[in-house]
Design a protein around this ligand. Structure first.
Ligand SMILES: C[S@@+](CC[C@H](N)C(=O)[O-])C[C@H]1O[C@@H](n2cnc3c(N)ncnc32)[C@H](O)[C@@H]1O
Length: 291
């Protein structure tokens, strides 16, 4: 068992390659040799926690049957979870002005509307979508409009579910939204802002690896997958865009991150309809949802 929390064993080039390979196989994440020190410091925290003395022992553990849970924790330690409310705000402006109104009319006429925040991290993205919808339609709770928010990382899903954020996270939230949709709370251990229950109720949070099976049966009218695929290799990105195309409803929208694009060679039915914004053509079944 290790005593010093400062202990930091050496990670050989081959240890790094094995870990990078597993991260790629498991989650699509790409770590080049330049990222070795980042990987080393993140995995080292796991070694310390487990009281292991070497990366090779750690590798044996995650490769073993008993190491399944640790493998998840390793992936979780390697993901980048930065997020913020109303990040890339132009998406929320377009969503409010163009995407949502026809979907709202459709829902008010009894239709079902589904939105997916894929790679939702600590929840700021799906909550921003929910607040945007609620500000337009305070009757949201009575309509069949739901957001599914997923991430590979069980830790971020836990945080997202609580809907509790420190004051520093509120910088990108307008005063109006802060007053309307958050409650300030403070006790001996915590101080921050809790998202209102009505907003939280619109979202279902789930752990989901985008590289594995998707159990969802229904199509999505809107998919947000932003700042997730930048960590993937090109082949994995292309496969994912195609899978999104297959689960998007006719006329469905796809919002991607500021440095992400659907390349020409993908030959997708998604059409570029704005900065980092894509849409499928409207099929005949979607006419009721048409603007
Ligand atoms: C930088 S955050 C983006 C959060 C949010 N979409 C935004 O733009 O603010 C990227 C998220 O993608 C998740 N992620 C990475 N690989 C994934 C995978 N294979 N399946 C599902 N989520 C993944 C990470 O856990 C992380 O929370």
């Amino acid at each position: 068992m290790l005593v010093s929390s400062q202990y930091s064993p050496n990670m050989s080039k081959s240890d790094f390659e094995v870990i990078a390979d597993i991260a790629h196989q498991e989650a699509g994440l790409v770590f080049t040799q330049e990222k070795a020190s980042l990987v080393r410091s993140r995995i080292n925290r796991r070694l310390l926690k487990l009281g292991l003395n070497s990366f090779s022992e750690y590798i044996s553990l995650i490769k073993s049957h008993q190491g399944e849970d640790e493998l998840k924790l390793m992936i979780s330690s390697l993901t980048t979870n930065i997020s913020s409310f109303f990040r890339e705000s132009h998406h929320f402006e377009l969503f409010a002005k163009t995407t949502f109104p026809p979907l709202l009319s459709f829902a008010r006429a009894g239709g079902r509307v589904r939105i997916w925040s894929a790679g939702c991290s600590t929840g700021q993205e799906p909550y921003s979508i929910a607040m945007t919808m609620f500000s337009i339609a305070p009757d949201m709770g009575n309509l069949d409009i739901k957001i599914l928010a997923t991430d590979i990382d069980a830790n971020v899903i836990l945080t997202a579910k609580t809907g509790f954020y420190p004051e520093t996270d509120m910088e990108s939230v307008s005063k109006n939204y802060l007053n309307k949709y958050f409650k300030y709370t403070k006790d001996e251990t915590n101080e921050g802002y809790l998202v209102d229950r009505e907003i939280r109720n619109l979202i279902t949070f789930r752990e989901l690896n985008l590289l594995r099976d998707w159990p969802m049966k229904r199509h999505f009218d809107v998919i947000f997958c932003r700042n997730v695929v930048i960590y993937f290799d090109e082949e994995t990105q292309l496969a994912l865009w195609t899978r999104f195309e297959n689960v998007a409803a006719p006329g469905g929208w796809l919002f991607v991150g500021h440095s992400e694009r659907l390349p020409e060679r993908l030959n997708t039915r998604f059409q570029n309809v704005g900065p980092t914004t894509y849409r499928l053509p409207l099929g005949s079944e979607a006419l009721e949802k048409a603007e």
